[in-house]
Design a protein around this ligand. Sequence first.
Ligand SMILES: [Zn+2]
Length: 115
Amino acid sequence: MTSTTPFVTPLFTPPSSCSSEYNVAWFKRFDLVLNALDNRQARCHVNRMCLAADVPLVESGSAGYLGQVTVIKKGLTECYECQPKPHQKTFPGCTIRNTPSEPIHCIVWAKHLFK
Ligand SMILES: [Zn+2]
């Protein structure tokens, strides 16, 4: 993917955004990070890296037809992990089908197959 503006460099990261390759030094290269991740573990990792690198993070997510966007900036806002989260009862289809990473993902997929 190429950028249509000189100010934005879109990057796709592989499913494991928690890889050691994506460390503080890697995140320091950016002026702003836009999250579009599908699991809490990866969100926590990016949150911590952006705090350590002092790079603003725009965290986003969706559940069904509902979406949310939150700006996280070190020293100005609470971070992703400080924000209270409801117990997750639904999971994105892509996670369940393609990249299950927790036992609950397999259970939800098995229940889906029995319906
Ligand atoms: Zn925090």
